[in-house]
Design a protein around this ligand. Structure first.
Ligand SMILES: C=C(O[C@@H]1C=C(C(=O)O)C=C[C@H]1O)C(=O)O
Length: 291
């Protein structure tokens, strides 16, 4: 999708910088989100999740989707938008583990983890440690399946990188991490949340309110008629209409009790394993929050 792009490092000081995950999984929330119609001075900054996580932490962006794990790391600085997330109960199709050997063997070897993710790489570590009692060696690598497989017994990819790799792959067994999480816990998994820096709520309370509404409207319009998104995905990423119809129908964009419970369990495990150094309590943004 096309935006008037800003940059993380020197966005206009009075503008609100909104991160955009550069993957199709967030399209329903952005497709009908038109910054100029929201009245605020907004810059849109597209990047992969790990870059957006860092920019949120450093103040280079003010709000938008970030890895759920990154919210856990800095939950005291951010508030969450209550009705927005990228979640699934079961298969996601774009959080994929490619295996050179059976899982139990690969878990005794080396696993390559994409540098674009924070939620899914820690999800993998949690599943390996908690459910398989395994401690593979991990290497962080750019999302290139061939290179990852030269260095490791298994590779974890997310987003459009995972989708494209799943189309071209003919040799590796593929496991869906959303499905694995559901099989072991019965829970939903939330991969991305919409967070806003508390500092930005204090500075622009009315604009933030309008932006939240605009995201919710985009979500509703996309769910009502996913066809324009489906066609744009076919045109710009590839694959068939049926593939994308199914893809968007598997993802869930609310953040209600079931998604919150799944994420709470994920944070609990992350804390127990030392992946997070504190327990996480959700701080939800509300209409009357004015810093
Ligand atoms: C569903 C997905 O979730 C993404 C996974 C993320 C992560 O692992 O950190 C971050 C944002 C999400 O948009 C995907 O990549 O396809």
């Amino acid at each position: 999708m096309n935006y008037q792009r800003g940059t993380m490092n020197n966005h206009h000081p009075d503008a609100i910088a909104i991160g955009v995950i550069d993957y199709a999984n967030v399209w329903p929330l952005f497709y009908h989100f038109h910054p100029t119609g929201v009245a605020a001075d907004i810059e849109m900054i597209p990047a992969v999740p790990s870059s957006l996580n860092a920019a949120m932490r450093e103040g280079g962006i003010d709000m938008g989707p970030i890895s759920a794990f990154a919210y856990g790391e800095s939950s005291d600085q951010y508030s969450l938008f209550p009705n927005l997330s990228v979640s699934a109960h079961g298969p996601v199709q774009s959080i994929l583990l490619f295996l050179k050997k059976p899982l139990l063997e690969a878990l005794k070897g080396t696993v390559a983890l994409t540098t674009t993710s924070a939620t899914s790489v820690n999800l993998f570590k949690i599943i390996a440690a908690k459910f398989y009692h395994a401690e593979p060696e991990y290497v962080n690598m750019d999302p290139n399946l061939d290179k990852m497989m030269e260095a490791a017994d298994a590779a974890l990819l997310i987003g459009d990188h995972a989708i494209r790799a799943s189309w071209s792959n003919t040799i590796y067994e593929v496991l869906d991490m959303g499905e694995l999480w559901r099989q072991w816990t019965g829970h939903w998994m939330t991969f991305a949340v919409w967070a806003v820096r508390n500092e930005a709520i204090r500075k622009h309370p009315a604009d933030i309110r309008r932006i939240v509404k605009a995201f919710e409207t985009s979500k509703q319009l996309s769910l009502k008629d996913p066809e324009p998104l489906v066609q744009e995905a076919v045109r710009t990423i590839g694959g068939t209409g049926d593939y994308w119809r199914h893809y968007f129908s598997r993802l869930h964009y609310d953040f209600d009790r079931p998604q919150q419970e799944g994420l709470q369990l994920y944070f609990q495990y992350a804390y127990e394993l030392g992946l997070l150094d504190h327990k996480v309590r959700f701080e939800l943004w509300s209409e009357n929050m004015v810093g």
